[in-house]
Ligand binder design. Sequence first.
Ligand SMILES: *Cc1c(COP(=O)(O)O)cnc(C)c1O
Length: 379
Amino acid sequence: MKIETILAHAGLCTDQITGAISTPIYQTATFRHPAVGVSTGYDYSRTINPTRQALGKAMAELEKGDRGFAFASGMAAITAVLMLFSSGDHLIVSDDLYGGTYRIFEKNFKQLGLTVTYSDTSNAELVKRAIIPGKTKAHFIETPSNPLMKITDLAAIMALADSERLLAIVDNTFMTPYLQRPLEFGVDIVVHSGTKYLGGHNDVLAGTVVTRSPELSDKIGFIQNSTGGILGPQDSWLVLRGLKTLALRIEKQQENAQKIAEWLTKNSKVKEVHYPGLPAHRGHRVHEKQSAGFGAMLSFRVPDSGWAERIINRSKLIIFAESLGGVETLITYPVRQTHGDIPVEIREKIGVTDDLLRLSVGIEHVDDLIEDLEQAMAT
Ligand SMILES: *Cc1c(COP(=O)(O)O)cnc(C)c1O
């Protein structure tokens, strides 16, 4: 079945009694047992809840995995995945990544004994050199990366992962399963901040994990039940609702993003545009090979921090806010917001500096968006 169809039917209810189309919000903590030793399959909502289960099932189907799990946020999902590892394990992590993911490694999991090497995963040779035999257990990859939109060649990394039997984890938040399905490349675990494109309306926080093998599914299911970072039924329903229009939203968003990226390259105030849909983008070819579209995230460099602040403060239609993936276009200042927790030396080394702005392009009419940028950038 085509992915648009799976999306439109995400969470379609199969209730034989009422015929309800939409999966109900099972706002219940616990479930009645018919008799001692008899269960409906539902005992307690931390373990399993029908609304959350419908979202997990939809995500597994979309990412072509074994099972899907819905968490309270993207960070709760990432936490559950990192609980797979033990003290002394080493992970190789994309050096340009979501600031909260950097922070959880540095402030939470290092304390528990995990060690991390941040590597430019767009260069498989560098990644190979970072592998410590016997200690390295996994790759954690963002492609495109955040906010510089660097592209990691998933097949090239998997070729390395296979020879060392490393686990490969991809944060697929920027692409969504509509555009990119890392499990098809042999990746083991896909995580999402469902807060972004999956939800799509800036009205819910959520996270998902999709696993490739039943063995990993059992482990993640166990961790979710024992640690409890579950998504509530109401929020699960909101994400299911969002999924139904994901294909339409992304098509419109990436069409707008392509036009804005092209417009930015012609603007004299703009020094660099990072968008994989531009043929001049370093990862353009690799991205094209592994994804069905270029998405709607882009970043661009202006002459200095004064210009960055000026553009943010003068934007009228484009909203200055953290987050991404919603129907409204947002502008973000990575050094102050999403990447504020990354030390300045590291930020500067990878190029996340105070002249860099990030756009999450929405579904507005592109002419209005360009007009807003034009007036914000006027001298
Ligand atoms: C937002 C985001 C996260 C964290 O998700 P939350 O839902 O905010 O907890 C993780 N990874 C990426 C790429 C993100 O954009």
